[in-house]
Ligand binder design. Structure first.
Ligand code: HEM
Length: 124
């Protein structure tokens, strides 16, 4: 299995997380419990599967510094998403900044992931 193929499941889970995230936003406040829980649990599953596949890819592949840097960026984005998600759901941060971070982090993670996949593909 090529490096990109290993990330099909994480990619699908990530897209589902986005879909449920936008749906959750559109459903208004207070947050719809079922949509919220699905969004949160799929996000968790996406992070776990991505972490496992990334660990395996780094174990067998080349470990270029840029690749490690991109993986760290993805990890920081994941932490930012969980922290801002928890803050929004606990109604502790109702300001625009929290939602803005929650919107930008997925974008940044996708860009970093594309770069990482490109580097992994090159070393396979
Ligand atoms: C991989 C992780 C995650 C991704 C990619 C993600 C992505 C998104 C996206 C794209 C939205 C829609 C934002 C918009 O309307 O522009 C959203 C909304 C939301 N997400 Fe997440 N999310 C993730 C994890 C989480 C987690 C772990 C939580 C909770 C602990 C969470 C809580 C929320 C909440 C409460 C909203 C609604 C925000 C609002 O419009 O008021 N998210 N998410």
């Amino acid at each position: 299995m090529g490096p990109a193929a290993k990330f099909v499941t994480p990619g699908v889970l990530f897209i589902l997380t986005l879909v449920f995230g936008f749906w959750l936003s559109r459903s208004g406040k207070p947050y719809h419990t079922l949509i919220f829980n699905i969004h949160k649990l799929i996000a968790l599953a996406a992070v776990v599967v991505t972490a496992i596949q990334t660990f395996n890819a780094l174990k067998i592949g080349e470990r270029q510094p840029i690749l490690i840097g991109l993986v760290i960026v993805i990890g920081v984005c994941a932490v930012a998403l969980f922290v801002t998600g928890a803050l929004m759901s606990a109604h502790k941060a109702t300001g625009r900044a929290t939602l803005t971070i929650h919107r930008i982090a997925p974008l940044l993670a996708v860009l970093a992931a594309l770069g990482a996949l490109y580097l992994l593909g090159g070393s396979a």
